[in-house]
Design a protein around this ligand. Structure first.
Ligand code: GLN
Length: 271
C-alpha cells in the first residue's frame, strides 16, 4: 500500500510537471494557445483533474526507471496530449486488472495501460483511436529446454490476470494441458518463471521483446499474431467523459502529425 501511495504521488507530480511544462514552454512547437488553462470550458472538460489509471510494470509503456521516476510511452503520450489539449489529470499506477476495475466502478475516468482494443471490451469501454500495434507471445527462460508450445505441454505456466495474453493461454489450456497461475503484475509472472515454478509465461510481444533487449533472460518460444493481434487504445467507460476521449484522439493526431509521437516511441524503444 505504501508503494501505491508513492506511485500515486509520482503520478500527481508528473501531472503537475506537465502543467508546469505548459506554462514554461507554451510558445515552443505548435501547441495551441488555449492549452494551459486546463480549466473546464475550452475543450468542454468537465473534471479538473481527470483521474487516469495505468499499470504498474509494463515497460516500455509504464514503469519506474532507475531514478525512481514513473515513465514510459503511455506516460509521455498522455502528458503530451494533455498539454496539447489543455486538460489536467492525476495518473494512478494501479496495475492492469485494478485499472480495468477502477474505470468500471467510476473511481477512474479513463485508463492508458497498453490496453488492447477488443470487441469484448468494446461492450464496456469506449476506446480512442489505436496508438500502438501489438500481439501476444509465450516466453521461457533463455537456455532452458522449453522451445515451443509442444515442449511446455502438461506444465505450469504464468499469466497476468485480465489480459489478452492470458486469454490466449486459456485458449491453449486444454490442447496443451497447461496449468495456469495468475499474477497481477508482469514482474511477478516473470519471477515465477525464472524461479522455475512455471516453465513459461504469456505476455504481449512488444513488452517481452523490449524486456529481452533489457536483459531479462527470456526467449520467445511462440507468438499469436492473428486473433490476438490487437492495437492499444486509451479507454473510458462506455458513454462517459466523451470530451476526454475526443481530446485524446485530437491530441494523438496532432502528435502524430508533428512527429512528437514518433519521438516518444523512439525515446523508449531505441537503445
Ligand atoms: N495488452 C494487454 C491487454 O490489454 C495487456 C495489458 C497490460 O498488461 N497492461 O490485455
Amino acid at each position: 500500500m505504501s508503494t501505491l501511495s508513492r506511485r500515486q504521488f509520482i503520478g500527481a507530480a508528473s501531472g503537475a510537471a506537465a502543467a508546469l511544462g505548459l506554462a514554461a514552454c507554451g510558445g515552443s512547437g505548435s501547441s495551441s494557445s488555449s492549452a494551459g488553462s486546463g480549466s473546464a470550458g475550452d475543450g468542454g472538460f468537465t473534471k479538473d483533474p481527470y483521474t487516469i489509471a495505468t499499470d504498474t510494470v509494463f515497460a516500455p509503456f509504464e514503469y519506474t526507471d532507475d531514478d525512481g521516476n514513473f515513465v514510459g510511452i503511455d506516460v509521455d503520450l498522455l502528458a503530451a496530449i494533455a498539454e496539447e489539449e489543455g486538460f489536467n489529470y492525476d495518473l494512478q499506477s494501479l496495475g492492469f486488472d485494478a485499472a480495468l476495475s477502477a474505470v468500471q466502478s467510476g473511481q477512474a475516468d479513463g485508463m492508458i495501460a497498453g490496453m488492447s482494443i477488443t470487441d469484448e471490451r468494446k461492450e464496456i469501454f469506449d476506446f480512442s483511436d489505436p496508438y500502438y500495434d501489438s500481439y501476444v507471445c509465450a516466453a521461457a527462460v533463455d537456455g532452458s529446454e522449453y522451445t515451443d508450445l509442444d515442449s511446455i505441454k502438461g506444465h505450469k505456466v504464468a499469466v497476468k490476470t485480465g489480459t489478452q495474453s492470458a486469454a490466449w493461454a486459456e485458449s491453449l489450456k486444454d490442447e496443451y494441458e497447461l496449468e495456469l497461475t495468475y499474477f497481477d503484475e508482469s514482474s511477478l509472472m516473470y519471477q515465477d518463471t525464472t524461479t522455475g515454478n512455471s516453465v513459461a509465461c504469456f505476455e504481449d510481444y512488444p513488452i517481452m521483446a523490449y524486456g529481452i533487449t533489457q536483459g531479462n533472460g527470456f526467449k520467445i518460444i511462440a507468438t499469436e499474431e492473428e486473433e490476438f493481434a490487437t492495437p492499444y487504445g486509451f479507454a473510458v467507460l462506455k458513454g462517459q467523459v466523451p470530451e476526454l476521449l475526443s481530446a485524446f484522439n485530437a491530441g494523438l493526431k496532432s502528435l502524430k502529425d508533428s512527429g512528437k509521437y514518433d519521438e516518444i516511441v523512439k525515446k523508449y524503444t531505441e537503445a
